[in-house]
Design a protein around this ligand. Structure first.
Ligand code: SAT
Ligand code: MN
Length: 600
């Protein structure tokens, strides 16, 4: 059993993995639409997925995961670099030799009774100077057709790889070999969380995952490659691999700006990337909703591409109000995972804006009615859908040269302290703001730290491939290489400020366009701002609130510098910075001291 591509090293790797995993068969994916359809049909025919009512949801399918396998597992995510200190305080480290030995024992024979699929994929348009190639080996057909949506796969990628091109080795198995004649599970995996592994070997640019078939645990192109491994490549090669959306904003005069934005999970990144502005004449188009790779162009500006080709978005909460464009898009040609199935073969989820059906089959496959105590859709239920079908996809979203970035947004979910929008004073101050971003810990996090801020620098905490201190230094070095006037301006935003009675002070969603408007006015030199100790804030009349009801009192709070809160914030930042030890860039320590002085 072997595969003969033109690439000798690839052939050797495939052979080595096949000898270890012992599949019944090996299949090299060609990436055609026929192949995609065949993979889905085979699973549906075997009862492992559901074809939805094609009148209501053409081209749509539903899959249900095992209840134990519903999200990324951070405690089983490992960065196995040679030296422990290089993984830093935010990662789980295991010595690579030990981790490999442990995992090889589990990989041994793990694909028995299954087909081993080989998926060549390109992150970014095939052949672009920013793009990179990976090959994922997996025993999950579900992974194959999701990879077809999320990346560019198949023969064209092999052509690009040539006879000796570099590629990232991505190995995945659900970890459930089949005995002779054994019937497959609906969602094979290793149910015990502590036996799953999502491992990264940075020096070898290699990923080994076993035991989960869900999302970023199994679609290794996404967080594993495009952020953790690419982050290391970016550090070594002088570019940026970031957890950022990319949007195009066009003003009524027809002038367009490209904006990237880093937000932690559950802060509405996909919603922002596809937003319908509420201010007349303004338009948002989507370039990417999750990941941005950015490099300097010949003109000294930062250019971004979306390395992915699809959206893997959270379904619950997606409605005509929260995200009309995504809601429209997922009516067709979409794979759903873990939403509810209605009696007429459609899907339903909480927060859809559609009344609950009287009866449905929930994400676990059980009968469900509105009286049921559990949600019908899992809170992390997902859609996988091609970016090209987004109603507001920017025509240049696949431009191999990328798009020039004018502004970088950073933000978390903070009910106090952080204003609606704050313009950084310069690049290093912007990196400082990026280093302190985060969200308040909520009861959903199951910890005793409720109310404290979990610092999530540039929303990369779960996606770092190396030492967080070195990562922040890399951002500073990137700025030092560029001419200041060419760098994007960095803005700290916060859509989630609450009043003392708990109400949201800012309406959010499409009204966030009002903040984007001020940002591009600042870039154009017309936006009005006041200089404060924490950065440049809009003057009260600078944010366009025509047609919406934000009280004057709330607007005051949204744009205030709460000195006391900031002084408490400084103490908490200092505490967090201690965890970086001597890898804390001195520039950030200086920014913290300067802020302290300005506040005094
Ligand atoms: O499962 S993914 O890693 O793709 C999405 C997420 O959890 O952020
Ligand atoms: Mn993400």
């Amino acid at each position: 059993m072997s595969i003969n591509t033109k690439h000798a090293a690839l052939n050797a790797w495939i052979k080595e993995i096949a000898e270890m995993c012992e599949p019944d068969d090996i299949y090299l994916c060609d990436g055609t639409q026929e192949e995609y359809q065949r993979m889905i049909d085979t699973m549906v025919d075997a009862g492992l997925g559901t074809k939805l009512n094609q009148d209501k949801k053409p081209g749509c399918y539903l899959f249900r995961s095992d209840p134990s396998d519903v999200a990324r597992v951070e405690k089983r995510t490992f960065i196995a670099c040679e030296k422990e200190e290089d993984a830093g305080p935010t990662n789980n480290w295991i010595a690579p030799d030990k981790l490999k030995a442990d995992m090889k024992a589990i990989y041994k024979g793990c694909m028995k009774g299954r087909t081993m699929y080989v998926i060549p994929f390109s992150m970014g348009p095939i052949g672009s100077f920013i793009s990179k190639i990976g090959v994922e080996i997996t025993d999950s057909p579900y992974v194959v057709f999701n990879m077809k949506i999320m990346t560019r796969i198949g023969t064209a990628v092999l052509e690009q790889l040539g006879t000796d091109g570099d590629f990232v080795r991505c190995l995945h198995s659900v970890g459930k070999p089949l005995a002779e004649g054994e019937k497959d599970a609906k969602w094979p995996c290793i149910p015990n969380v502590d036996e799953k592994y999502i491992s990264h070997f940075p020096e070898e640019r290699m990923i080994w995952s076993i035991g989960s078939g869900y999302g970023g645990n199994a679609l290794l192109s996404k967080k594993c490659f495009a952020l953790r491994i690419a982050g290391i490549q970016a550090r070594d090669e002088g570019w940026l691999a970031e957890h950022m959306l990319i949007l195009k904003l066009t003003n009524p005069e027809g002038q367009s700006y490209y904006v990237a934005g880093a937000f932690p999970s559950a802060c509405g990144k996909t919603n922002l990337a596809m937003m319908k502005p509420t201010i007349p004449g303004w338009k948002v188009e989507t370039v990417g909703d999750d990941i941005a790779w950015m490099r300097f162009g010949d003109d000294g500006r930062l250019y971004a591409i979306n390395p992915e080709a699809g959206f893997f978005g959270v379904v619950p909460g997606t409605s005509m109000t929260s995200n009309p464009n995504a809601f429209t898009q997922i009516q067709a040609d979409t794979v759903y995972t873990n939403v509810a199935l209605t009696d007429d073969g459609d899907v339903w989820w909480e927060g859809s804006g559609i009344p609950a059906p009287a009866h449905a089959i929930d994400w676990k496959g059980n009968d469900w009615t509105p009286d049921s105590k559990e949600p019908a859709a899992h809170p992390n239920a997902r859609f996988t859908t091609p970016a090209a079908l987004c109603p507001v996809i920017a025509p240049e979203w696949e431009d191999p040269n990328g798009v020039p970035i004018s502004a970088i947004l950073i933000g978390g979910r903070r009910k106090t302290t952080i204003p609606l929008v704050n313009e950084s004073l310069d690049w290093n101050h912007g990196i400082f703001l990026g280093s302190i971003m985060g969200s308040e810990i909520t009861t959903a996090d199951i910890t005793d730290k409720v109310g404290q801020v979990r610092r999530d620098p540039f929303a990369m905490l779960p996606f770092m491939g190396y030492h967080m201190g070195d990562y922040l230094k890399h951002w500073i070095d990137i700025g030092a290489k560029a001419s200041a006037d060419k760098l994007p301006k960095i803005y700290f935003v916060n859509w989630f400020r609450k009043g003392e009675d708990g109400h949201f002070m800012w309406p959010g969603f499409g009204d966030n366009s009002r903040v984007l408007k001020w940002i591009v006015e600042r870039i154009a030199g017309t936006g009005k701002a006041v200089s404060t100790p924490i950065g440049n804030l809009p003057t009260p009349d600078a944010i366009d609130i025509s047609g919406i009801s934000v009280s004057a009192d709330d607007l005051d709070h949204l744009l205030e510098v709460d000195k006391e809160a900031w002084i408490a914030e400084i103490a908490s930042i200092r505490e967090n910075y201690k965890s970086y030890g001597d890898r804390l860039p001195k520039e950030l320590d200086e920014e913290l001291s300067k802020l302290e002085k300005r506040l005094a």
